[in-house]
Write a protein that binds this ligand. Structure first.
Ligand SMILES: NC(=O)c1ccc[n+]([C@@H]2O[C@H](COP(=O)([O-])OP(=O)(O)OC[C@H]3O[C@@H](n4cnc5c(N)ncnc54)[C@H](OP(=O)(O)O)[C@@H]3O)[C@@H](O)[C@H]2O)c1
Length: 283
């Protein structure tokens, strides 16, 4: 029997909750008593996922929030909506992600995978810091990937001149790691922790694009994320990269302090945030 953490009175936001790991995570968080805010990009898919989660778990305290992560304006609007829904967020699970079909430059001028998998979660997270900040603990969990080990970064080329699908995917997941480390440093004297995770190879539509037909179930994948988000073992752990349940060393480039600092500066600029403010430290 799996232990269900008691999260009554807590609020959880899961992005990309319409499929795969995110939807399963909704099913794992629902019986904890937490209030759920579930994100999707498609209204029909989102209401059907919420209906399925409510039916299976009996938790009807679920608020939908929409945004296509290919649009920074939609992410900004989503952050505002979340803050209208709640003035306190305890868990932010940055799970939404895609594997590209081909090269697309978004309306904001970025290669789409970079924007959906890295820049939009960055903007969302920074925008939600005010409601994550409190006297009690909050946790941010970012979905990275073991694939980050296969690539180098190129933050000077956000339109990816030479496009290769798996490189675009792995690079976007690489950037999640230095951004997590920098955010952890900036939030060191707050009650917010931030970590990132490779949940294992999980049989979802994303992994079928690779194409891989093997892997663990979505339940196994979601359990690793729930564990990082709720296990007291990680109460004081921040800035780490996990593969499944274990804290491991990310690749050398993912741990580069120089990349961490320049990525933070460039991400603020890309996201249209005030670049004179190199930190997001809450007051
Ligand atoms: N599966 C794996 O083996 C594996 C391994 C390492 C890391 N991960 C990471 O785990 C996370 C979840 O992946 P998954 O395997 O569960 O994939 P999935 O089944 O394809 O689910 C991805 C979720 O992200 C949403 N999404 C995709 N594009 C979006 C966009 N433009 N705007 C907003 N939402 C968008 C999807 O919405 P729709 O339902 O509308 O498509 C869906 O809810 C991803 O960040 C992925 O990189 C997965």
């Amino acid at each position: 029997m799996e232990t269900i953490p008691n999260l009554a009175g807590k609020t959880v936001l899961i992005t990309g909750a319409t499929d795969g790991i995110g939807k399963e995570l909704g099913k794992l968080f629902a019986p904890t008593g937490a209030k759920l805010i579930l994100h999707g990009r498609n209204p029909r898919r989102l209401s059907s996922a919420i209906e399925e989660i409510s039916k299976e778990t009996g938790n009807t305290d679920i608020t939908p929030v929409l945004a296509d992560f290919s649009s920074l304006d939609q992410v900004r609007a989503m952050a505002e909506n979340v803050q209208k829904t709640t003035n306190r967020l305890h868990f932010l699970i940055n799970n939404a992600g895609h594997y590209p079909n081909g090269k697309i430059i978004t309306e904001d001028g970025f290669e789409q995978t970079l924007q959906v998998n890295y820049l939009s979660p960055f903007l969302l997270t920074v925008s939600l810091i005010p409601i994550l900040t409190a006297k009690d603990q909050s946790r941010i969990v970012n979905l990275s990937s073991i694939g980050h080990r296969l690539v180098w970064h190129n933050i000077k080329d956000p339109q990816m001149k030479f496009f290769w699908r798996w490189v675009a995917y792995c690079r976007s997941k690489l950037l999640v790691i230095p951004a997590t480390r920098e955010l952890a440093e900036q939030l060191a004297d707050t009650n917010i922790t931030v970590n990132c995770i490779h949940p294992g190879i999980i049989r979802t539509k994303l992994i079928r694009m690779l194409p891989l037909s093997w892997g663990n179930s979505v339940h196994e994948g979601a359990k690793t994320v729930l564990n990082l988000a709720t296990n007291p073992e990680f109460d004081h752990v921040s800035g780490k990269y996990l593969e499944k349940e274990k804290i491991v060393q990310a690749s050398a480039i993912a741990r580069s302090h120089k990349l961490q600092k320049s990525l933070w500066r460039v991400s603020l600029r890309w996201a249209g945030l005030n670049t004179s403010k190199a930190t997001i430290k809450p007051k």
